[in-house]
Design a protein around this ligand. Structure first.
Ligand code: COI
Length: 373
């Protein structure tokens, strides 16, 4: 058999939009509601491989009603951001991590994999077209949504022989309308987000729709988000659609511990999660802090809160970056998480948020984490 074509950024075709949007003022940016003037599409067939990538005016896709993405959820996505640095450069934050994860998601649902560096280059070209729409300022960025769908027509359940990558971009501000503000969570133990041997570590659209009902149920009771609690042990796994971290201080030894759940296949392999683990392992004094990926339960959190050992908690994801937590509803009561007096987070949460922002906005360098477009 002949080898099929790899994804090749040098084959890019550009059809420019007639219209050039004016940037909106930052205070009008609502997460993921407005998009830039162009999108990227690349089609794939089992027979030929990846076709010439295209940048074209943002607009509707035409899909047959029998298309497999609409019936059997052959869909996966990524989320990453481009930042306008203080010097005016535009950088992507750790795009290699997103591309690697995108290929893992694709492989799991029988969609084609691709050359990761080629898609990064193509995303760079897409941003270049609309670079006047990349916002500037603390908390502002261009959210990039690479997506892959199966596009075979017909209701037979099988391996798609046609697929497409598309990438759209959205100028965004803080994910929550309230900005960097501590949220209250309701622990959910009646529904399960992911399970051993499942696909909870893949960024499949099918993992997200089932997250909304528990979130609405939490909202009805006055909580902003739900906290996913797994199995008879009541292990804490994620918050809403983000990874989650807790910090404890042992009342006997005074030693502090930052904890998040281990990557056992039920946890999304978050880029922000990974960045926080790397930064805290580099920056925190090991005599004072331990950084652990381990199982921990809502019962441990409740007990340690009672002893005054729960010191901080926060969600971590690309969209919100760091989202401080101030309370967790569990068994009819609220577990309170302390905040710095008059502030919206604990001390470590605040440090982590600024360490990451400094790298994202180009004030600090960290290896190859920032990639200039
Ligand atoms: C995140 O970035 O935290 C996400 O999970 C993306 C979300 C908008 C679905």
């Amino acid at each position: 058999t002949m080898a099929t074509a790899p994804l090749d950024s040098s084959k890019l075709e550009i059809c420019r939009n007639q219209k050039k949007s004016q940037p909106r003022p930052n205070n009008e940016l609502v997460f993921g509601r407005t998009f830039t003037d162009h999108m990227l599409t690349v089609e794939w067939t089992a027979e030929k491989g990846w076709a010439a990538p295209q940048i074209k005016p943002y607009g509707p896709l035409s899909i047959d009603p029998s298309c497999c993405v609409l019936h059997y959820a052959f869909e996966l996505f990524e989320g990453l951001k481009a930042y306008r640095t203080d010097e005016g450069k535009i950088t992507l934050f750790r795009p290699d991590k997103n591309m690697e994860r995108m290929n893992k998601s694709a492989a799991r649902i029988c969609l084609p994999t691709f050359e990761t560096d080629e898609l990064i280059k193509l995303i760079g070209k897409l941003i270049e077209e609309d670079k006047h729409l990349v916002p500037q300022g603390k908390g502002y960025s261009l959210y990039i949504r690479p997506t892959m769908i199966g596009t075979s027509n017909g209701l037979g359940v099988g391996h798609p022989d046609k697929a497409m990558i598309f990438v759209i971009t959205s100028p965004v501000g803080p994910y929550y309308k309230t900005g960097f503000k501590a949220v209250r969570l309701l622990a959910t133990d009646f529904a399960t987000r992911a399970w051993p041997g499942g696909v909870g570590d893949k960024k499949l659209g099918a993992n997200y729709a089932p997250c909304i009902l528990p979130q609405l149920q939490a909202a009805e009771k006055g909580y902003q988000q739900n906290l996913w609690v797994f199995g008879p042990e009541k292990y804490i796994t994620e918050v809403g659609t983000m990874n989650v971290f807790f910090a404890f201080k042992d009342s006997k030894t005074g030693k502090k511990e930052l904890v998040t759940a281990p990557l056992d296949g039920t946890i999304l392999e978050g880029v922000t999660r990974d960045s926080i683990l790397a930064l805290t392992r580099e920056k925190l004094d090991p005599k004072e802090w331990e950084v652990n990926e381990r199982y921990y339960s809502i019962n441990e959190v409740a007990e340690r809160a009672k002893k005054g050992e729960l010191i901080e908690a926060f969600g971590a994801g690309t969209a919100a970056v760091v989202s401080p937590i101030k309370a967790i509803g569990w068994q009819g009561k609220d577990i309170e998480v302390p905040l710095l007096p008059g502030e919206q987070s604990g001390a470590l949460t605040k440090d982590i948020a600024s360490w990451i922002a400094d790298i994202q906005y180009g004030r600090e360098k960290h290896g190859n984490w920032s990639r200039v477009v």
